[in-house]
Design a binder for this molecule. Structure first.
Ligand code: FMN
Length: 157
């Protein structure tokens, strides 16, 4: 599905090791950003991410976003700059970021919207099926972060 540079192609599969940049962050939704606006973000993102070889998950709950993005480093860096300019969210906190040769965690998700109460299970599933040591290590760090600061609490105040 994706070639060794992370782009979709005829050869290879989504499970092959690729040079990928991972960017994981949380942020607070701006005033007026509701489920309908999040729906528009998802529709836009799915169309654009597929063209850029980017996959991942977006969680929205209690006014807080949590997003896992993975893809070719050059494309992910453009997206990171776009995200920092986007006024629909603020207080972006990077939880994990790195360039590694590894498998995609979410090879079939152009950007999947996941309910906040399900994020722990989604990450735990990914950890349980992760064969890649770097992925497993990153997931353990993120699960520890979620357990130390539950997402609904991050959204208050
Ligand atoms: C929480 C959140 C997640 C987003 N995720 C993506 C994404 O996965 N892919 C994407 O292309 N744009 C995403 N966007 C939209 C970008 O921030 C930006 O608006 C979009 O890339 C268009 O940027 P441009 O108009 O400056 O080119 C997201 C926005 C928000 C607020």
């Amino acid at each position: 599905m994706f070639d060794e540079y992370g782009f979709p192609g005829a050869e290879g599969s989504g499970h092959a090791e690729q040079t990928l940049e991972m960017f994981v962050y949380c942020s607070r939704a701006a005033e007026g950003v509701d489920d309908a606006e999040v729906g528009r973000i998802i529709t836009f993102s799915q169309a654009r991410n597929v063209a850029r070889g980017i996959t991942g998950v977006l969680v929205f709950g209690s006014g807080v976003f949590f997003q896992w993005v993975e893809g070719p480093p050059a494309e992910v860096e453009i997206l990171i700059a776009d995200l920092h300019r986007d006024t629909r969210h603020f207080d972006i906190v990077t939880l994990d970021r790195g360039i590694e040769k590894r498998e995609r965690l979410y090879p079939n998700w152009e950007m999947e919207l996941v309910e906040a109460e399900d994020i722990r299970a989604v990450l735990q599933d990914a950890l349980d099926s992760a064969e890649d040591e770097n992925n497993a290590a990153a997931l353990k760090r993120i699960l520890a972060h979620i357990d130390s600061a539950p997402l609904p609490l991050l959204g208050r105040g």
